[in-house]
Design a protein around this ligand. Sequence first.
Ligand code: B12
Ligand code: SF4
Length: 449
Amino acid sequence: MKALLVNPWIEDFAAYDFWLKPLGLLYVASYLDKLGFEVYLVDLMNRHDIDLKRFVNVPRDKFYGTGKFPFVEVKKPDVLKFIPRKYKRYGAPKEFFYYKLKDIGKVDIIFVTSTLTYWYPGYWDTISFLKSYYGNNVPIVFGGFYVRNIPSHARKTGVHIFPSNDLNRLPKFLEQVTGKEIKSKNIDWFMLPPMYELYNNLGYLVFLTTLGCPYKCSYCIAHRIWDGIKFKPPEVVVFEIEKYVETFNVKDIVFFDDAILVNSKKHFKVILKKLLEKGYSKYRFHLPNGIHARLIDEEIAELMKELNFKTIKLGYETSGELQLKTGGKVVDKDLVRAARIFRKKGFTEREVSAYIMVNIPGQSVEDVKNAINFCKTEGIGFSINEFTPIIGTDDWINLVNEGKLTGLEDPLLLNNTVLPFWWKFGMSENVVQYLKMYARKVKEGENYD
Ligand code: B12
Ligand code: SF4
């Protein structure tokens, strides 16, 4: 059977290619390949596709393979009419999509992925486009985080939804969808490599070495979507990296893990050592997903320095009592320790920075300012993230129980950039802007109040 996999458009007020690759979909591709499907991919968000520049002006890379997406302005969804910003569709233009579909030809089944819930208009438009191109005869299967998180919402697309992480449920599911017999095999999908060979060109490579997280932060859904933590054996990780680095001429290697430092003696340290032995310090490594400051030790930091890590994000989130109330994954002294170890090993604030969240329920303006000043004093950088109440997290459940959310909000209203414009139980847009400005000034070494 011929299967088309699609990474859909993103629609939002802003989006940036901070090493976005549809890893889940690439695992689905490997899994289908193992089941005997003939697999094709159209990634509407791959800025590095060699055909893309024939259809649109592609903004140049900014740093380490990241960069701005091409975009067109699109009609703002009615529910967002009150937001005084332009709404855009990011990714490849429709002409590129036509070209790719024509090139691939007839297919028997289509698979569309999803990530952030509040990007759903982009997913829906992609699905409408596919429906108008293929008619109603080709079944569309829709999966990924958005579908898993709010299946009832995703169901409104009228396509077949797969609201699960367990790919071993796919064969049965596909039998129902297609009416054809599909031989089930017991495959551990996470041990397969994400199927990068479906790309003609890439600007960077992204990998996962673990799945899940043993912590349980109140604002995070990771521990609810994966059962505990699962490790990919270091030799398999290194094999995958080697395989694809040789195929694609990229310099940047990125890890997406939620908890890459857990059990590091048997896991991350082993991976780092193996990569060093193979001479991989000529590449650049990145950890854009916050790592655990408490789990840093001198050996890890030294190995990371030797291996040329350029981006290390520490999950700090906030100062003050919320550190413990949200789950206690990090307290100030963990951050100080980690920051000092990194500095001792020669890292600077250019490479090491902390994520600080703004607008966590119960967080004060002082909590954010103290967190910013704290990072500055410790000589590490920081970036501001705006809180989004993710459906199904402890924070979201509490907000619904306290009557601060109805639980029925359109996911678009929960977008972190939209929330401060209407949600009266958190920080207002002015306060958020003030804190962002405060952060900028502190970074530049100026006084600001
Ligand atoms: C890595 C990661 C990132 C990366 C990039 C992610 C990306 N490619 O989009 C970085 C660090 C850049 C990032 C950034 C952000 N992220 Co993020 N991120 C993740 C993370 C940790 C992993 C995603 C992933 O690759 N998972 C691994 C793959 C294997 O899982 P998967 O995609 O779900 O696929 C599985 C299934 O869904 C299924 N599947 C997938 N597709 C399909 C398709 C079909 C047809 C089928 C059948 C099955 C299927 O198969 C896979 C195997 O089971 C998730 C949390 C998590 N643990 O999942 C958060 C998460 C998705 N991010 C989140 C958020 C909030 C953000 C930010 C907005 C944070 C911020 N405030 O700035 C930014 C926005 C990014 C941007 N550019 O604007 C939230 C989403 C919230 C929401 N409401 O949707 C999550 C859930 C984390 C959380 N806080 O709880 N993120
Ligand atoms: S925020 Fe990080 S540490 Fe906390 S549960 Fe999510 S992934 Fe784990």
